[in-house]
Ligand binder design. Structure first.
Ligand SMILES: [Zn+2]
Length: 220
């Protein structure tokens, strides 16, 4: 087989994280992040990697608004820039806000596609997982009950926040088809099943709402 490869590396351009807050009514300085990443490989459209993650995070805020659920802590939606080529957006965010990380309650990222949610990978103290048992029972009806402890940050963009010992969550999707499409020309919107995307938004919204409104922050 003879392959002719034509990639080239172009000079860096300035890009931006996109951030929106649903201000907390009681503890606005305590932040719960919901997030996905904005950039994608240029072969497909980045529908599952990671347009879906951005939509799931935005939809989390939208669900709370539509149900008139005002969070006690601040819900911060972030569409991270530059996950794919090194995480410049996430590093820039950490450089600007690291002093506030002790007040952060949790960071959630979805970057594993749009398929049916199974639950969350969790990097947090075991006592934090115990405190989330009620979330597990709420998510039982859509089959997203897994709270799987991990030793590493469960999302690339939330690594600096996770490294600051803030509890970190990665939405865990059914990944059986993810790598058929990921980083390829086949990553297009027709691979996203709307009902599964909605289930993901529901799973993230339930966890995020619990984190913004539970009486005590999760143990670290
Ligand atoms: Zn990704």
């Amino acid at each position: 087989m003879h392959l002719t490869l034509t990639p080239q590396k172009l000079p860096d351009e300035t890009g931006y994280n996109v951030i929106a807050d649903l201000k907390g009514s009681e503890h606005p300085e305590q932040i719960v992040i919901v997030s996905g990443h904005l950039d994608s490989w240029d072969l497909g459209t980045g529908a599952i990697d990671d347009g879906a993650g951005v939509v799931i995070a935005m939809q989390t805020a939208e669900v709370l608004q539509r149900l008139h659920l005002r969070p006690a802590r601040t819900l911060r939606v972030i569409a991270w820039m530059d996950e794919e080529t090194g995480g410049a957006g996430s590093r820039a965010y950490a450089a600007e806000f690291a002093n506030d990380f002790p007040h952060y309650i949790a960071a959630i990222e979805s970057d594993a596609g749009a398929a049916h949610p199974l639950g969350f990978d969790v990097k947090a103290a075991p006592a934090a997982i115990d405190a989330l048992r009620p979330v597990q029972s709420v998510l039982q009806s859509i089959g997203a009950t897994v709270l799987q402890p991990t030793a590493y940050s469960p999302g690339a963009d939330i690594t600096p926040i996770s490294d600051a010992v803030v509890p970190a969550f990665g939405l865990l999707q059914d990944s059986r088809k993810y790598f058929d499409y990921h980083h390829s020309a086949a990553d297009t919107l027709d691979k996203v099943v709307p009902t599964e995307l909605r289930e993901n938004a529901a799973a993230m919204a339930v966890l995020a709402y619990a984190l913004t409104n539970m009486k005590d922050p999760l143990p670290r």
